[in-house]
Design a protein around this ligand. Structure first.
Ligand code: GLC
Length: 452
């Protein structure tokens, strides 16, 4: 076990809240929620714009009440919420002056972002927008390898007029609307660039080109964003550096780096593999697993943005509610091992994770050991230990390293090892946590403002 000393927390200088809050709710909601079979349904089933219009004509989320979303997020211990303002299908949830393809022109008949931002602020949650740079509805968005019309035999003809200039202006104009008309926006998640995704025809001729910073006008767009919302944080998917990186649907093995520098990161995860409501998909992650993913990320200095896909009526579905309640029940007792915590710079025992917050070290036990757990390097660093769920004392001992294993006594451990004696009964919580009170100088950690 090496004790490299606690790594400095890498925070976003103009928004330290991000690495303090650690847990957010992602919300994917739009016309694809009616199809109810994944938000990429237009792409997967190569649905033409005119055939996709049936969802526009029937979008009527009569049960939409973002105060319920905010309450569910808050109960789960989530501190910020990120809603899809526009997804790849091009449909927008607000009364944009730049398109007719908007919620106000559907049976819904209203701007959906105003009540959303108001509900979040009322609940004390940070306000996040997701915005797709991809747009399968816009007439100037060139057909490419991810476009629903990619197999349209007339793609070459159709692309002749699609220079992308009008689309770039549209994209910038809508981002300007989002960052000008809804008060302070704390977080912006763009999705996604694919400059490397160029393809060839069967006879090897260049076919589709990928899209990246040039297509979006990303450098200029970032400048506009910073001018309109100086305190906002922006992710890394405009194909230019952002404030944090966004591993998706996997858990990083360690800190996320840009070059050789640690950078702020947030893993975005689904409950069942689909971001949008997917009625027949039963592949839900168990709440225990979701809690372990949260802990795992924080132990490596990262956030978790956990997604729900509300139904086309506007409600979070019962299975998603169950997952959120499971996380909330654990967070009610254990959130202080998550909020403001980060990597400890210690190798944790197998099936365990450490998080560190100031002079408190948290040992998260994914498996409950029988009787003893040995913590190398901590013998002289801990003054008290307790189970976090009920604040019941945990006995600490230091075994002589030369102690031979007896028929009732464990063998000694490497010098400097702290041994905890745990109750046989595992606490009845999703992940038991031991709170270790450190001698103040034990594992110094202090936030830095280094960015990538
Ligand atoms: C991927 C998917 C997109 C989803 C996003 C969330 O980019 O294409 O549908 O919104 O992940 O991060």
């Amino acid at each position: 076990m090496t004790h490299q000393g606690a790594p400095a927390q890498v925070v976003i200088p103009h928004a330290p809240w991000f690495t303090e809050d650690r847990l957010g709710m992602f919300v994917h909601w739009g016309l694809y929620s009616l199809a109810a079979r994944h938000e990429w349904v237009m792409n997967y089933e190569q649905i033409a714009v005119e055939d996709y219009r049936k969802y526009f004509e029937h979008f009527d989320p009569d049960l939409y009440d973002p105060r319920e979303w905010a309450a569910a997020a808050k109960h789960a211990g989530m501190k910020y919420v990120v809603l899809t303002t526009k997804h790849h299908d091009g449909f927008v949830l607000w009364d944009s002056a730049l398109t007719e393809y908007k919620s106000t022109n559907t049976p819904c008949g209203r701007d959906l972002l105003t009540p959303y931002v108001e509900a979040l602020r009322e609940a004390g949650l940070k306000v996040g927008f997701y915005h797709s740079v991809i747009d399968w509805h816009h007439p100037d968005f060139a057909i490419d390898a991810v476009h629903p019309e990619r197999n349209n035999p007339d793609w070459r003809e159709l692309n002749k007029t699609r220079t992308g200039e009008a689309y770039r202006e549209y994209l910038h104009g809508q981002v300007r609307e989002l960052l000008s008309n809804y008060g302070q926006i704390d977080y912006l998640f763009f999705d996604f660039s694919y400059p490397e995704m160029s393809t060839k025809t069967a006879d090897g001729e260049p076919k589709f080109r990928g899209k990246g910073a040039k297509d979006w006008g990303s450098v200029e767009l970032m400048k506009t964003i910073r001018e309109l919302q100086p305190g906002i944080i922006v992710n890394d998917r405009l194909n230019v550096p952002g404030d944090f990186v966004t591993p998706e649907q996997y858990q990083p093995a360690g800190a996320m780096l840009s070059g050789d520098k640690e950078v702020p990161w947030e893993a975005c995860q689904t409950l069942n593999g689909s971001w949008g409501y997917d009625r027949d998909n039963l592949d839900y992650k168990a709440p225990d697993q979701l809690v372990r993913m949260l802990i795992d990320g924080v132990s490596k200095g990262g956030n978790l943005l956990l997604n729900v896909g509300p139904t086309a009526r506007g409600e979070i579905d019962p299975r998603a509610h169950e997952a959120l309640e499971g996380i909330g029940e654990w967070m009610r007792l254990h959130s202080r091992s998550i909020y403001g915590a980060g990597a400890a710079g210690l190798d944790a025992p197998v099936d365990a994770r450490y998080t560190l917050r100031g002079d408190r070290l948290y040992l998260h036990l994914f498996a409950w050991p029988f009787q003893f757990i040995h913590l190398p390097g901590l013998a002289d660093k801990v003054r008290y230990a307790q189970l976090l769920n009920d604040a019941s004392e945990v006995a600490m001992l230091v075994l002589d390293s030369d102690q031979v294993a007896g028929h009732m006594t464990p063998a000694g451990q490497a010098p400097g090892t702290l041994t905890l004696k745990l109750p046989v009964q595992r606490p009845n919580v999703r992940v038991p946590v031991v709170e270790l009170f450190l001698n103040s100088t034990a594992l110094n950690t202090h936030p830095t403002t280094e960015r990538d």
